[in-house]
Unconditional design. Structure first.
Length: 591
């Protein structure tokens, strides 16, 4: 059989594009014959082959990766133009870093000291791939932007890290990347969908698609003439990821499935952005996708999607729930019931917290600047009905919002470019520190986490606890007395150690081995990991060195296990392994 002969089972490309009936005559159909147009038939690939060709899909994903790099370059070129367009609406959103930070993003290199630039350059120069270097810059060093210290000027740190990166340069090419999964069975998909809907039964987070409809999507995707909208597809694949993480059953190839869901969702993003509408489904899709992009270590695209979520939320009235009505202008929230208003308030405050997260962890400008919203805090129960099943969700909301207000105060302080060498500055930092400590004491988050009975409640408790630890590290490091010393303050090291120990305990005793994801390390544990490493390298004679090294190595090995099936985690695995190796070398005297 001639493989190039057109299939008579499909319409020609012209009739398909015009959505008109084609009589499928070879070599030219009646419609093309009548109009004198070129008639082209595209062969339909057998569906079974498409599923079985894993290598073909993998090569396709490589091509997509190259296209994404080009798009990121285009995004960087568009940032300045977008900034000009939005400056009136977001007047304070263009200040990215404080000028006195030791470690900042790649566009603020002039603020680095010569020694700091040497260490950063040493780390990055050992990584051959340009995309990996960009990844390390945006996802690693930006985490340390607010961790002010002269510790990188310690010669022992410089030598140890440089030696470790040299060693890693020899071994990183031998790391075997996992192949992404080729698909998910309907049975697994429906199981994870059910787990997701069962786990998120709360008035504040209402999934805009009914469970029965999402359950039908695996079947709908197999019907060629059914065209699902992009928002529904994005919600579907993200629900699968969330359901996978909630699953208590052992799942072979979990990393490959995560990468498959990530890659599949990436192919939908451009189409969704071209057709995005101001609907609850599009808002939910944006919020879910930004979370998935963080799990895929793509902080740049995650931030872009967050900006899209803010734009949709603003159009839907989430930024003006409690604004005094103006009869001359349309108010999207007018006519909402109190429950609907509470739901919008609840989701807005979580958007505001996410904005702070991007500013603190990735050095991004504010998407929700001061004065751009009028939203009161909601009733945590949303509908006014007390429900024991949602108690931890309500506790998480109250505690995390209180913590968020502390973060906003700190970010306002940073944006004001204060003189950090004053008693007044230290007094402000001491007050912020006391607020975080008071929150931890009032809610007793450590003890509270021991009373949880499921994965979601545990995550809520850990999120507040780890966020508190990280903010305390930032505040202690910001004090004047700690910025002029080569040694890290004892309080900073103690908190970093406690955070990693709690994280280790969480993963070892996780409820029936539920999956927490790599984003938990990137968002909550990277700063404590780096702080503990720097303390070991710079001051190996200090106490707890052996236990600290074991903790650092365990954290590095945890990422290494995840990276076996996920090539996207390779840069972070390489750097963390290098830091662990540097700690071991420092303890052994460099031998």
């Amino acid at each position: 059989m001639n493989s190039r002969r057109p299939s008579k089972q499909v319409s020609c490309s012209r009739c398909q594009s015009k959505k008109i009936r084609c009589n499928r005559v070879d070599p030219r159909c009646d419609k093309c014959e009548a109009s004198g147009a070129e008639c082209i038939y595209l062969s339909r690939k057998p569906r079974a082959k498409k599923r079985s060709h894993v290598t073909e899909a993998y090569n396709h994903n490589i091509l997509l990766g190259i296209l994404r790099r080009l798009e990121r370059l285009e995004d960087h070129c568009r940032l300045d133009r977008d900034a000009e367009d939005t400056r009136d609406a977001y007047p304070s959103s263009m200040s990215v870093f404080s000028g006195d930070s030791d470690i900042t993003g790649p566009n603020n290199d002039e603020s680095h000291t010569p020694a700091t630039r040497g260490v950063v350059a040493a780390v990055l120069s050992r990584i051959n791939d340009q995309e990996s270097r960009s990844f390390i810059c945006s996802n690693v060093f930006n985490h340390l932007a607010h961790v002010k210290s002269r510790f990188f000027e310690n010669e022992r740190c410089i030598e140890a890290i440089d030696a470790a990166m040299t060693e890693m340069d020899r071994v990183q090419d031998t790391h075997a990347e996992g192949q992404p999964a080729s698909g998910i069975s309907k049975e697994l998909a429906k199981k994870w969908i059910h787990q997701y809907y069962n786990g998120y039964e709360f008035e504040g987070f209402r999934v805009p698609l009914e469970e029965n409809f999402v359950m039908a999507i695996p079947d709908l995707l197999e019907i060629s003439h059914v065209q699902l909208d992009y928002a529904s597809q994005i919600i579907y694949y993200n629900v699968l990821l969330q359901g996978l993480m909630l699953s208590i059953d052992d799942c072979p190839g979990r990393g490959g499935i995560v990468q498959y869901l990530y890659n599949t969702s990436m192919t939908l993003v451009d189409g969704w952005l071209d057709n995005v509408k101001n609907t609850p489904a599009d808002l939910y899709a944006a919020i879910l996708m930004l979370s998935m992009m963080l799990e895929g270590c793509n902080s740049e695209l995650s931030w872009k999607l967050f900006g899209q979520a803010c734009a949709i939320a603003r159009a839907l009235g989430y930024f003006s729930v409690d604004e005094t009505p103006n009869r001359q202008t349309f108010n999207p929230t007018e006519g909402d019931t109190e429950v609907e208003k509470n739901r919008k308030r609840f989701e807005f405050w979580h958007l505001l917290r996410t904005d702070c997260l991007f500013r603190l962890s990735f050095g991004k400008p504010a998407c929700i600047p001061e004065g751009s919203w009028t939203v009161n805090l909601p009733d945590p129960s949303i509908n006014g009905v007390e429900n024991e099943a949602t108690r931890f969700i309500q506790i998480h909301f109250l505690a995390s919002m209180r913590l968020n207000l502390v973060a906003l105060k700190y970010l306002e302080l940073v944006d004001s470019k204060p003189n950090p060498n004053t008693e007044e500055y230290d007094k402000i930092i001491d007050n912020l520190t006391a607020e975080v400590q008071s929150l931890m004491s009032d809610w007793n988050t450590e003890e509270l986490s021991s009373t949880t009975t499921n994965h979601i409640d545990t995550w809520f408790c850990m999120d507040v606890l780890f966020s508190s630890y990280q903010m305390l590290i930032i505040f202690y490091q910001s004090k004047k007395c700690n910025q002029g010393s080569d040694e890290l303050p004892r309080h900073t090291v103690d908190i970093a150690r406690k955070s990693l120990q709690t994280f280790q305990s969480l993963l070892v005793s996780a409820h029936k081995h539920a999956h927490f994801g790599i984003s938990l390390i990137l968002l909550h544990q990277f700063v404590p990991f780096f702080i503990l490493c720097l303390n070991i390298i710079g001051s190996p004679e200090r106490g707890s060195a052996e236990a600290d090294i074991a903790l650092v190595v365990w954290t590095s090995d945890t990422v290494k296990k995840a990276a076996k099936e996920r090539g996207d985690l390779r840069p972070i695995m390489t750097l963390m392994a290098a830091m662990a190796l540097a700690c071991q070398r420092a303890k052994s005297g460099g031998n």
